[in-house]
Design a binder for this molecule. Structure first.
Ligand SMILES: Cc1cc2nc3c(=O)[nH]c(=O)nc-3n(C[C@H](O)[C@H](O)[C@H](O)COP(=O)(O)O)c2cc1C
Length: 456
């Protein structure tokens, strides 16, 4: 035990002191991107940037806990433990009150009004964290502006056999092949019916594993009928790499059919709820543009971009046995691609759609860069796993500082503000794909000139 305590303490102290005097080391630990010259006008410089990069005591304590305890527990078991603790906090009013007092409400300057809602912070929890819709209120208490529960399927299902989540610690990343384990739409609806209404909830819906792609429309519609009236927005997830064939639903023909099915059901039950789709990072430029055009034509409310990637290169983690497994990678290795997809979508749709950017957000600068690039909202999963419970507060505080430093009255005013000084996005180098989808390697090209001018 002592043997593992000492390196852990050294690691934390090392990070603490290095972070406060040198941004480079912080970048390495958090996987922070180099400053993007295209957003120079809005990015913090000098003392402010250094201050907000320094590491707070709760973060250091969490890193210690992570290194000494959590790292030695299987990721799913650690997740279940965290869920249990948060549910206890949530059900004991005094604890929940104390937590909210400690964390404090997000700065009102972070409020975002979109989708007919007022989000207290643009930072939300990405789908997969609260698959069962059991601890969204606790996540809201930690400072998240909203929680996307699910993925929920019409029928309850176990998902793929365990183990199905692996830590890629050297990359601060995760690999998962969960396959939508969830209690099904009926059970989720029962839980959402009990919600106290504090936290904004999105329902992320997927296809039941046993249903064929041809019947997927009906299957999604069944979930929509049960869950949509109890949710603040709905996301059709057509991008998980862990349900065979699901990503083929991103083709415009199938996607159009799916949206028609879902809209029919919403009309039948008289439910008006914002409708978004969640897409993969591994799409070609042509596929991205086609989805963006379809979303505009069908007047969807927005696009959540992106899900996990099936790419396997550029990773520091060298465990070939783990990397050879099927599944999607999340966290910093996804960052460059997530930014590229966001910029491409924004160039295509302007501000006609709500763009929710997700993938590799670990620092306030990551979140801020997405906002400047046109994301109305951002989400994270892996950042919370490695950052711990104080992480959302850290991001919120950093965002507040960046809003003020850049001279905006509110974060809302900063959405897309970097686009005018951003050039047409250049694709990050596309590494070799592994697995089933390798034939559909992205073909990165330039945007058609006419459409590019739609960017603000
Ligand atoms: C363990 C795990 C489970 C996930 N489950 C889902 C899911 O059920 N539905 C979904 O749409 N995305 C799911 N995701 C993807 C995340 O919502 C997110 O799109 C992705 O992890 C990229 O964000 P990040 O880099 O902040 O983690 C999952 C991710 C992880 C790591």
């Amino acid at each position: 035990m002592l043997g593992s305590i000492r390196p852990a303490l050294c690691l934390c102290c090392d990070q603490l002191s290095l972070d406060s005097r040198d941004g480079t080391s912080a970048s390495r630990f958090w996987g922070q991107p180099p400053r993007d010259p295209r957003y120079a006008g809005q990015q913090p410089a000098g003392r402010l940037a250094d201050r907000t990069r320094s590491v707070a005591v709760p973060t250091v304590l969490y890193r210690l806990l992570f290194r000494l305890v959590l790292q030695n527990i299987r990721p799913e078991a650690a997740h279940a433990g965290a869920t249990r603790v948060m549910r206890i906090v949530e059900t004991v009013p005094a604890l929940s009150w104390l937590l909210r007092k400690l964390i404090g409400p997000p700065d009102p300057a972070l409020q975002v009004r979109t989708l007919g809602l007022t989000f207290p912070s643009p930072l939300g929890v990405a789908a997969g964290m609260d698959k069962d819709a059991t601890w969204f209120e606790g996540l809201g208490d930690l400072g998240f502006g909203f929680v996307e529960v699910g993925t929920i399927t019409a029928r309850p299902q176990q998902g793929n056999p365990r183990p199905r989540v692996w830590r890629l610690s050297e990359d601060q990343a995760l690999l998962n092949s969960m396959g939508f384990p969830n209690p099904g739409a009926d059970a989720t609806a029962a839980r959402l019916r009990d919600r106290r209404g504090r936290t904004i909830i999105g329902a992320n819906l997927g296809k039941s594993m046993t249903v064929s792609i041809d019947d997927a429309g009906r299957d999604y519609a069944e979930s929509v009928g049960k869950v949509a009236p109890l949710s603040d927005y709905v996301v059709l997830n057509v991008s998980s790499p862990n349900t065979p064939g699901l990503r083929t639903m991103q083709g415009v023909e199938r996607l159009g059919g799916l949206i028609a099915n879902v809209r029919q059901e919403l009309a039948r039950i008289g439910c008006q709820v914002p409708l978004l789709i969640k897409i993969a990072p591994d799409l070609s430029d042509e596929e991205l543009d086609a989805i963006a055009d379809l979303a505009l034509a069908l007047e969807l409310d927005g696009i959540v971009a992106v899900n996990t990637t099936v790419e396997r290169t550029g990773l520091a983690s060298g465990d070939a046995a783990i990397l050879a497994r099927a599944g999607g990678i999340s966290g910093p290795p996804l960052r460059a691609r997530a930014i590229y997809v966001l910029e491409r979508l924004r160039a295509r749709v302007g501000d006609a759609l709500v763009l929710v950017s997700v993938g590799g957000i670990t620092t306030p600068d990551d979140a801020w860069q997405r906002v400047l690039a046109g994301a109305t909202l951002v989400q994270a999963y892996t950042g919370l796993v490695y950052g711990g419970p104080s992480w959302p507060r850290h991001i919120n505080r950093g965002l507040s500082k960046r809003v003020r430093e850049a001279g905006f009255k509110s974060l809302h005013d900063a959405i897309g503000a970097g686009v005018k000084c951003a050039s047409i996005p250049q694709a990050p180098s596309a590494p070799t794909r592994s697995g089933e989808e390798s034939s559909a390697r992205p073909r990165h090209g330039r945007l058609p000139v006419g459409r590019a001018s739609a960017a603000r």
